[in-house]
Structure formats: C-alpha cells, structure tokens
Design a protein around this ligand. Sequence first.
Ligand SMILES: [Zn+2]
Length: 242
Amino acid sequence: MAYRKAAAILAGSCTVSAFQSTLLNRGIPLSSGQHNNLRRFSSNIILAMNSGPSFCEKCGTAMEIRIPHGDERERHVCGNSSCGYVSYQNPKVVVGAICTHLDRVLLCKRAIEPCKGKWGYPQGYLEIGETTRQGAARETWEEAGVKFDASKCQLLALYNLAGIQIQTIYRVDLDDDTFEAGHESSDVKFVPWNEIQWDELAFPTVHWGLEHALAMKDEEKPIVQERTKLVTMDGQWKVEEG
Ligand SMILES: [Zn+2]
C-alpha cells in the first residue's frame, strides 16, 4: 500500500497540499502550527511522516509524531514513555536492469498496480543482504525469467525521487533472448529500440532510463545519469540533473 501511494505520488503531479490531504485522510490530525510547519518542512519530511507506522513495533502503543530529545526532525515516536521507541523512516532503494540483446531491449508489461498494463524494465525494491547489482539481477529473474551475471552489468542511472526513493539502474547485454514472464508480468518481450511505445511506459523514470540507455547504447562505458525529482515549497514538481 505504501509502495502504491509512493509510486502514485512519484508518477503523478501531486502538490504539497495533496500531501496534507493524504495525512488528513489517514487520520493524522494537523494543528494550525503543524499546517504552518508543513510549509516550512521539506516535502521529504512530509512524505516520510506519511509512511511511518501507526503503532509501536516493540510494545504496540500508538505512535506520536514529534521531535525526540536531542533530535532536530519530527519522527514517529512510541507514545509509551517507558518504551520511547523511535521509528526512523528512510528512503527506499529500488533497483532495475535495462537488458539488451541484439539491439533490442527487454520490457515487461506490469500485471500489478501501480501502472498495471504499462511497460517497463525489471525493477523493484532492494532486499536485505543484497548489493544493488544483485538486486537488479534478481528482479530481472523474478519478472522476466532472465538470468545474468550481476558482476557484468554496468551502472547506468541514479535517480533521487522526492527524498523517499533512490533508484539505481543498471544495463547489461545478454547472451541470449530466452525469457519467461514472472507473476508480476502479464507479458515480456524484446523490443527493438525504434519500436518502443514511449507513451505506454509505466513511470517517468522508466522513460528516463530507456532514453538514457538508448543514448548510451554504443558507449563501451556509459555516463551515469544522475537525476533528482523534488517538490518545491510552492508545491510544484521539479527535476534537476545531478
Ligand atoms: Zn513502544
């Protein structure tokens, strides 16, 4: 659920006031002071607050959002003072792989929300214990039944998204074009670069990644594209290079 919401926010054109609505919809009361704070705090903090737990994972007490002693940011803090557990919310890491074979790129049709029915390269959340390249290889295996040597892929792009998600995207040239759609994919295929349907891609980042992979396809060592998507204090999306 949190992933859906985050992905929808990242994919869309939400404003800061939409984040406020989200907080209210989740039953998180906002005092007039907090409303003012919402404008003062970065959107990163707003999003992080939104994705925190409602109850303490140590003792089950309802969590409060406040600044813990010695800290400078609002956190989810256990309401039980004898427990005092602080749940730190940090950005999630998404890993992806743009796989090619004979000038064609591997694309998967999403069988799940968000963006069900749209196309993208294999990607998903990094698991505990994995390196980012190992995670990219695992996601490719899970979504497309394609295996590659994680040590052989090359870093292609790094995307910082609204302070809640970091994407590391690799590229790899495959030895063959066998595949088998996993349960998260309703279809998988190798698509010639000039036949990609850019309007049918799942997320802006998928567009960015493929566009950059295409630009770098003849380079032995690709330039790593670094991009940041953020929300300005007037609630508008902004994309910055680097
Ligand atoms: Zn607790």
